[in-house]
Design a protein around this ligand. Structure first.
Ligand SMILES: [Zn+2]
Length: 398
């Protein structure tokens, strides 16, 4: 039996995690996602349980973050002009992580939602997968905000799991276009949290880390795995790497549970990145991850959102993920009502016509002539070889 219940954690209050109108992380992407999931009919599915999150407690934040940092965020959240705090010391301020009133509550809510995901899947036997689309704030570290992430909801949820079962083995898979640095560093010496990140190489993109030689330290040596990709990598090569490496890694590690960060900023149209994938990739990845969770991860899957800065890509990609979780095959036609909504609200993007197909044709046209296909394939083959010869032996060694 695959799954009886699928959890979706959602609230209108996610809109309050808002750095302002000129910031690329627009909460609109979440409301448009929720709207598409609804209009395409997924909310009629009997397996789906939609729950509202509650903010996590300070004690739960302290599973990861320093009291000093939590206090600083809290003070600036109440009074952004508070002179007793130096924001830049904590990665806060103009640029990526501008201070906004209520940011403490908005960030704690995202963490609470991710803890709820962990609870639903680990404690409630009826639920094999739960999804917090507002989560996935993978760049924040213990005492610092980074890359639009104030608190690291993923790390908080994983540490929370460790309070429920001390020796739990967690496999964390991060498909965001940016390296999953925060989660990696937080668990860098921990062999019970295996972090795997597939991302655009740090040579070209924030945060600049995620190189092949970042493999963990001390007891955690071998339990951090990175696949830095060349800009322009497309569906076919991405999927080849994924299928030849990820199941073998999971099979070798034998985790109790899988956690995924499902950033969809590897899409070719994403305004912040330079990759060559289309939405069809996410349809395929959803299918693969769902299968791996069942086969290698005890049929327990925690799904968190992540990056994605095109307002028309994120809703379609995450709707495909939810459909896969529910075992539903969606038609390629988008609901007219959703298209109308997009036309009305999203002024800087063309409204899409289809869920995935048209987009994949565009992908082929765009990238056929610009990339040195042979070099790209050779590089992917090198990564696969490295995974089999260097990364896997750490995991099978007892
Ligand atoms: Zn990202």
């Amino acid at each position: 039996m695959k799954t009886e219940k699928v959890g979706l954690i959602y609230t209108e209050d996610y809109q309050k995690y808002n750095f302002g109108d000129s910031h690329p992380l627009r909460p609109l992407r979440l409301s448009l996602t929720y709207s598409l999931m609804n209009k395409i009919g997924l909310f009629n599915n009997k397996k789906l349980e939609i729950l509202h999150p509650k903010p996590c407690t300070n004690k739960e934040l302290e599973l990861v973050h320093t009291p000093d940092y939590i206090d600083a965020v809290s003070k600036l959240s109440t009074n952004p002009q508070d002179n007793s705090v130096n924001p830049s010391e904590y990665g806060l301020g103009p640029g990526d992580n501008p201070i906004f009133k209520g940011m403490f509550e908005a960030s704690s809510l995202v963490c609470g939602a991710s803890i709820m995901v962990a609870d639903m899947v680990w404690n409630d036997n009826k639920c094999n997968v739960a999804f917090n689309p507002a989560g996935g704030l993978h760049h924040a570290i213990e005492n610092r905000a980074s890359g639009f992430c104030i608190f690291n909801d993923i790390a908080v949820a994983l540490r929370y799991l460790k309070t429920l079962k001390k020796d739990i083995k967690i496999a964390y898979l991060d498909i965001d276009c940016h390296h999953g640095d925060g989660v990696q560093w937080i668990f860098y010496e921990d062999p019970n949290v295996l972090t795997i990140s597939i991302h655009e190489s740090g040579q070209f993109l924030f945060p600049g880390t995620g190189d092949l030689d970042e493999i963990g330290e001390e007891d955690g040596t071998g339990y951090s795995i990175n696949f830095p990709l060349i800009p322009g990598t497309n569906n076919k090569l991405y999927l080849k790497l994924f299928k030849e490496c990820i199941p073998k890694i999971l099979d070798s590690y034998q985790p109790d549970i899988l956690a995924t960060q499902l950033g969809v900023d590897t899409h070719f149209s994403d305004p912040l990145t330079q990759m060559g994938n289309s939405i069809e990739l996410y349809k395929n990845l959803a299918k693969e991850i769902d299968e791996y969770a069942q086969k290698y991860c005890n049929n327990k899957w925690l799904a968190f959102g992540g990056g994605g800065y095109s307002m028309t890509v994120v809703p379609r990609a995450w709707t495909l993920f939810l459909a896969q979780m529910l075992d539903v095959e969606l038609p390629n036609e988008l609901p007219e009502t959703w298209i109308t909504e997009v036309k009305k609200i999203v002024k800087d993007e063309k409204a899409p016509k289809e869920l995935w197909d048209l987009d994949s044709q565009m992908d082929n046209q765009l990238f056929k002539n610009t990339i040195d296909a042979e070099n790209m394939e050779n590089y992917i083959d090198t990564l696969i070889e490295l995974c089999h010869e260097k990364f896997l032996p750490y995991l099978t060694r007892k």
